[in-house]
Design a protein around this ligand. Structure first.
Ligand SMILES: [Zn+2]
Length: 505
């Protein structure tokens, strides 16, 4: 048995000005191919890692054309997309099955459904090929994804700490099909709703209950069940919440489970709406929280500028307000600004410097622009910005933040980086000699993934409405392509889903 196992993963924020060339898929270089891809992904807590483990345990011959995973940003360069797809399509020749870690929300310069187009090409080239796919919970599902794959599994946790298991489930189901043990039948559908990312965490209701029901169904009669909360910062027709259910040759059951989940989600649509607090009020609340009893840092979450949702990671508004209100003993992760990093490296460790930080990108999608922040401080540390993840999300991944500097104003230690990284692992501080447990405040440019390691150590979590292309205020964004009406852009009062939303295939 010969299996192709590959990764093509990108969550595209169509409002983001951050470019997505091929090198973004390889940590600053070309993404790994062949044996290098196998070596780099084996044992890692990624869906492709789970697929490899199952295939190896089954004694399969394994082909790994490419492992291309890029942090979220703007639409993918057409050339990069074509390069990745070509390798996968070409090397699937002679294989008995294909397993792909995709994201489900990839938009390219010319395609709004990158994954569906790849799967369609594979199906056209190899009409009988078993194809198993693992998708992110933030997938915006299109018919071509479902029509052209044999099995789809999705992450059931956010933060995504079940990536490996999601890959395993896709691989195990595909192998069962290849052995003739099951006959997968898939039904899917979507709701006209755009859940806010900040309300999608699976520690919280309503997604906690939804994903628990998903897991129950999968542990019961269904082969695979996924509820995709979707990625709303994508102005494309099918953005939003969807459900994909696969059963063993039982279409009626698949439809019933799908409809149950869609109705459950729809009934909770108001709970998926994020309520905004003013930035000065949030920063003041952080100071109040720090003065209360209890251990650990208060976390200020600059969630409008989360690089792992396509944020530029260089807006300055939350940091500016922290400085204005005079918070003390703060560590900030991070401002992305390679130009400032180079200037600070030239100044040297131990020296004082004044730099203009951030606001290098123009945010075309927003009316308001961030402005550079002039900061004076001492260059405390210069680093190559590399560390290995030890926390539960992406355990073992080699992180490259690029040349990195810690600039210390006395009250605030600002980490300035040259490559985008969402702080989901303590290593982003500890690798730079900062103990996050000992700080009074941490400012993080993150939305939900920080919870994997920072929530357990935090005294309190304060969400701060800054500025950025991951804004939780949909009024700041112009939606032109997404299907309408859609909640909460449009107020839909019906408690029952309209006929016609669920889709059969
Ligand atoms: Zn995700």
């Amino acid at each position: 048995m010969k299996l192709l196992i590959a990764m093509m993963s990108h969550e595209t924020n169509t409002f983001s000005p951050v470019p997505t060339p091929l090198t973004r898929f390889g940590n600053g270089a070309a993404p790994p191919e062949g044996d290098q891809a196998l070596f780099e992904i084996s044992g890692r807590a990624l869906a492709m890692g789970g697929m490899l483990a199952v295939a190896q345990a089954a004694g399969a011959e394994i082909v790994t054309p490419i492992a291309a995973g890029a942090p979220p940003s703007g639409p993918v360069d057409d050339n990069a997309y074509e390069y990745i797809c070509h390798l996968i399509c070409e090397q699937a020749a002679g294989c008995d099955g294909v397993l792909l870690e995709l994201h489900g929300a990839m938009v390219t310069e010319t395609l709004e459904d990158g994954e569906g187009t790849l799967l369609t090409r594979l199906r056209q080239l190899y009409p009988d090929m078993p194809i198993g796919v693992a998708l992110d919970m933030h997938a915006n599902v299109y018919p071509a994804m479902v029509d052209n794959s044999t099995i789809i599994t999705g992450f059931q946790t956010y933060p995504h700490i079940d990536m490996f298991q999601t890959g395993e489930r896709a691989a195990l189901a595909l192998l069962a099909f290849m052995r003739g043990e099951i006959q997968p039948v898939t039904r899917w559908g979507n709701c006209p709703m755009l859940p806010h990312v900040m309300r999608q965490g699976t520690d919280d209701m309503p997604n906690k209950a939804l994903q628990q029901r998903v897991a129950e169904m999968e542990a019961g009669e269904a082969v695979a069940v996924s509820l995709f909360t979707g990625f709303p910062h994508a102005d494309i027709y099918n953005a939003g919440l969807s459900v994909v259910v696969t059963t063993d040759n039982n279409p009626a059951l698949a439809e019933a489970l799908r409809d149950e989940l869609l109705e459950m989600a729809w009934a909770q649509r108001a709970a998926f709406v994020y309520q905004v607090t003013s930035l000065p009020d949030s920063v003041a609340a952080a100071e109040t929280a720090a003065n209360a009893s209890g251990e650990g840092p208060v976390i200020l979450l600059d969630h409008y500028d989360n690089t792992a949702s396509g944020g530029t990671m260089d807006t300055t508004e939350v940091l500016r307000e922290i400085l204005r209100q005079g918070l003390e003993d703060v560590a900030v992760f991070a401002i992305y600004d390679p130009i400032a990093v180079a200037e600070l490296i030239a100044v040297g460790v131990g020296q004082d410097a004044t730099v203009d930080l951030g606001a290098r990108f123009h945010l075309d999608a927003l009316a308001q622009q961030s402005t550079p922040l002039t900061v004076s401080g001492q260059v405390r540390l210069i680093s190559d910005g590399k560390f290995v993840v030890s926390g539960p999300m992406g355990t073992g991944s080699a992180i490259n933040m690029g040349p990195t500097v810690v600039l210390d104003t006395g009250k605030v230690q600002i980490i300035v980086i040259s490559r985008h990284f969402e702080p989901y692992d303590l290593g982003c501080f500890t690798s730079l000699g900062i103990d996050p447990l000992k700080k009074r405040f941490l400012m993080l440019k993150s939305r939900i993934h920080y919870r994997a390691t920072f929530k357990p150590i935090a005294k309190e979590l304060i969400e701060c409405a800054g500025l950025g292309v991951c804004t939780s205020d949909y009024n700041q964004l112009k939606f032109g392509q997404v299907r309408r009406p859609i909640y909460p852009l449009d107020n839909i009062n019906s408690d029952k889903l309209s006929q016609g939303f669920p889709q059969d295939n």
